[in-house]
Design a protein around this ligand. Structure first.
Ligand code: GLU
Length: 328
């Protein structure tokens, strides 16, 4: 025991001596920031990982450490960033718009005035996967079925409720809706415990691969029709899109599937210091080619389109960088 104590003292003493001999700048206070993402089988989680990987390479220069947290998704992230529990979040563009304008999930809380945008990432489409044995071939066939519409806190929950409501399906009465997390949805479908699930996600995605490559034969159901056209026309954040089926060769569909889409965006709070946001923005944009190698969904990213689909004001730290490089 005594031996350990003496050893401990020696280590402590040594550390103090060592720190005393370090140049002043290496002792500067380290800032820790966390990015809220989504389920571990989504693309938000590796997106947070990609950002932290790029930025943490320069940790000595910025005295900054970026960590990543798996969360329930977009709505959770907005609320956690606004509460100061997280500094950054990956958030669907529709959720950013709704939070900034104080509508939908933020109707009671009001406008999230401190929400700030940084940039956007990959497009995410509203994916509906159903078992071949369920008889769900068209969107309207969801009536009476057992369907995962997304967990509370996720981005997809709002998209599936929007689509169902627009097409006159009452998700609380006309079907058996489940609020299960995306990370568990593929297995639930494969195990025959649900008929279908919704997920708003970029491509290629691991969960969708898992859902389409199992024993139970499944297919993508087109999210289309006059009711969807009306929905997309109503909201600035929705756009028509398709699911590229080449990524999911085991799904029954042989042609790309019509649906609508949003974009993944990156947000923070007005309370997060400019130099922190500047460092993260600069490292992601200056190293965009390396960043893009970290997930195939980023293939379409350009510095220009990464400034699209933002509704909240751009954080001054990010704006400083965009002005420096002539992007704004
Ligand atoms: N779009 C989903 C959400 O907002 C997350 C998708 C992902 O993790 O890639 O909850």
């Amino acid at each position: 025991m005594k031996k350990y104590f003496i050893f401990g003292l020696a280590v402590l003493f040594g550390t103090v001596l060592f720190m005393g001999s370090m140049p002043a700048d290496t002792q500067a206070k380290v800032t820790y920031v966390t990015i809220g993402t989504g389920g571990v089988t989504g693309i938000y989680y590796p997106t947070g990982g990609a950002i932290s990987k790029i930025v943490n390479k320069k940790r000595k220069q910025y005295n900054l450490r970026v960590t990543v947290e798996s969360t329930g998704g977009s709505v959770f992230n907005v609320n956690a960033v606004m509460a100061g529990d997280l500094e950054f979040g990956v958030v669907q563009s529709d959720r950013q718009y709704q939070a900034w304008n104080g509508i939908k999930d933020w109707k009671d809380k009001g406008k999230q005035k401190d929400l700030r945008a940084i940039c956007s990432f990959h497009p995410e489409s509203i994916v509906l996967v159903a078992g071949d044995d369920t008889g769900i071939e068209k969107f309207m066939d969801l009536k009476g079925k057992h369907v995962i519409i997304g967990n509370p806190g996720s981005g997809q929950r709002g998209n599936s409720i929007d689509a169902l409501t627009a097409c006159g399906i009452d998700w609380q009465k006309d079907m058996r809706a489940e609020g299960i997390k995306a990370a568990e949805s593929a297995k639930m479908l494969q195990d025959g415990r649900v008929d279908a699930f919704f997920y708003t996600v970029g491509h290629p995605n691991g969960s969708i691969k898992e859902a389409t490559a199992g024993k139970r034969k499944v297919h993508f159901v087109p999210v289309e029709g006059a009711c969807i056209d009306k929905l997309v026309a109503k909201w600035p954040y929705y756009a028509k899109a398709y699911i590229p089926v080449k990524f999911y060769p085991m799904a029954r569909n042989k042609k790309d599937v019509n649906t609508f889409a949003v974009k993944a965006t990156f947000v923070t709070s007005a309370k997060v210091p400019d130099d922190v946001v500047y460092a993260i923005t600069k490292e992601v944009f200056d190293n965009l080619e390396d960043f893009k190698k970290l997930h195939p969904a980023y293939g379409v990213l350009t510095k220009k389109n990464m400034l699209e689909a933002l509704s909240a004001p751009i954080h001054p730290g990010a704006m400083k960088y965009y002005k420096e490089v002539g992007l704004k």
